[in-house]
Design a protein around this ligand. Sequence first.
Ligand code: NAP
Length: 304
Amino acid sequence: MYDLIIIGSGPAGLSAAIYGIRAGLKLLVIEKDYEGTGQVALSSCVDNYLGLPGMDGYSMGEKFREHAVEFGVEFLEAEVTSIAKNSSIYEITTADGNKLETKTVLYATGATHRKLGAPGEEKYDTKGVSYCATCDGAFYRNKKTAVIGGGDTALDDALYLSGLCEKVYLIHRRDTFRAAGITVQKVKEKKNIELVLNSTVAEIIGDDKVNSIKLNNKLTGEDTILNVSGVFVAAGSVPSTAAVPADVELDPSGYIVADESGITSVPGFFVAGDVRTKALRQVITAVSDGANAVTSITHYLETL
Ligand code: NAP
């Protein structure tokens, strides 16, 4: 019987694991298909984490993980398929039929890439369509690419690709950006990034691989074709809540409702990181969530 099972090994889950171990909790971290520590592993440069400017997301995540391993955190690679509560004990079932018992659960599964839903997007996934510029950018050296989105990820991706590609089109459905002003400024200064605003992707076109995209200008209604070899979708994320019990309250966008305490609508079930309702989804806020949640968890365990 564990005191705490943490589901997810991104910055929120790992921070919680370190705080939990230091609090003397018997805990386990369950992670699905380990490929780096969550979404941060896909970021080319995390320039706003205190004390580590310029570090790439994958290396930062590995540092977090090494810290947890050094502190003796136990990991299990498995997919959680259900979480059931019997009196005050949680039973977690994994896809391979394993059943684990714990007094508390911390759900820290983060979020996944939002798809555009455009024709051709699925067909050309990995054949010109990518959701990770740092993973796949090198395949498009000296080629023309498009990045879709207007948030920090899209603009960071455009900057990263501008160092590899002949030309990068940044396609955004509005004419103002969500990304930080300093990043917008950097993008505007890059000679090989062209902004294509008020436009959406009507279709991703190709033969065996992508060769162009059809754009629709929302103001004029006009369609245009851009010749590109790569399309990098950076349209934000959707919360990963597949195994969340039905009685846990979600907001209308599907995020688990909780403040920074990580306390959800169900006693003993806690949340941390990008999968909860919050204003700012960053590594630093995920790490903070993990620490705060463990404080709530230790208080809860004292009441059992
Ligand atoms: P985001 O801020 O949610 O931005 C998603 C972008 O995609 C928005 O511009 C949105 O357009 C657009 N979009 C959404 N659905 C679309 C669709 N179907 N078709 C076309 N465009 C669509 O997501 P994010 O950029 O991944 O950032 C997530 C969080 O991580 C943010 O808090 C961000 O600040 C943070 N982050 C920080 C850094 C950094 O600090 N270095 C790097 C990456 C991410 P609208 O604007 O019109 O809604």
